[in-house]
Write a protein that binds this ligand. Sequence first.
Ligand code: FAD
Length: 317
Amino acid sequence: MKVTQHIAEAKETIVSFEILPPTKGKSIESIYAHLDMLMEFGPAFINVTYHRAEQLLKTRKDGSLEWVEIRKRPGTVGICAAIMNKYKVEAIPHLICGGFSKAETENALIDLDFLGIKNVLALRGDAAANEKFFTPNVHGHRYAEDLVKQIVALNQGHYMEEDIIDGAKTDFCIGVAGYPEKHCEAPNMDSDIYYLKRKLDFGADYVTTQLFYNNAHYYNYVKRCREHGINVPIMPGLKPISNKKQLTMIPRVFNVEVPSDLCNEMLKAKNEADCELIGTEWLLEQCRDLLKNKVPVLHFYTLGKPNIVYNVLKKLF
Ligand code: FAD
């Protein structure tokens, strides 16, 4: 079922999760162990992130250096198929522009369609580890809106080869990313919301937000989006915070603030267990407030921390 249909038919706020493929060399059992405990809460869908290849400088045995291309977390499509098969729940693969030509994207979409996947999250992706700025593949897309356009074209049966007439139409429901505290490259919020609206005008169906720790950012964002004529569901993204290192890592990586109260509490914590308790309590309060405000979905970035999300959901439902 499509995400938008799930939301339209739900009588209450629904729950969903985002997981990362395991690092190369680890088995899919680590994903099952993670999801087994969370399935109790009946998620409507599970997102699976996509991780592009990185160029790394490796030292050869003779001491010389060479660039090697490594994908640390392959398996997005396989995990989506496995999740659908094992748990009978919708899986949403993330698709990125970075590193992909349009032809490779088209082939990936055909694979997803054949697997019966009905939802995708269309993203640009970040700059590669060895780049300062995002650089598209020479035959690829520069912005997520271009990827949205390609998916919409395929939904209409338009393939890249012009001699394919009456091409089979795919039927993807398309999600895109939104940033309650602004995307790091956007000069201001109005500009970021302007480009978000373009993604929706080109045919995307809903928005999943970047994580945030202050619900006021989410409420203000939804309000501003509505003022700009964005009327699709905007799902809040929630990530547990569980250690002191994240206090500086999260703002740097995700361009979001960690509120002073949360930060001060964490700094006072004596050990990891205390940090986890503080992070759990904060997430619980965020969720209670979001539920009170009747958000369509609570979307959790579980990121290897299913216990915290489990404990929060156990107290909520
Ligand atoms: P875009 O919508 O293309 O926007 C990128 C920037 O360009 C913004 O500043 C925007 O304002 C601006 N912009 C957009 N269109 C235009 C235009 N036409 N002209 C000028 N400026 C424009 N990354 C991964 O690699 N894998 C993942 O699985 C993944 N999952 C994510 C899930 C969620 C919910 C979120 C919020 C992010 C995720 N990311 C993932 C990170 C994401 O790829 C980065 O944040 C990336 O830098 C931006 O992606 P986007 O789709 O928002 O890009």
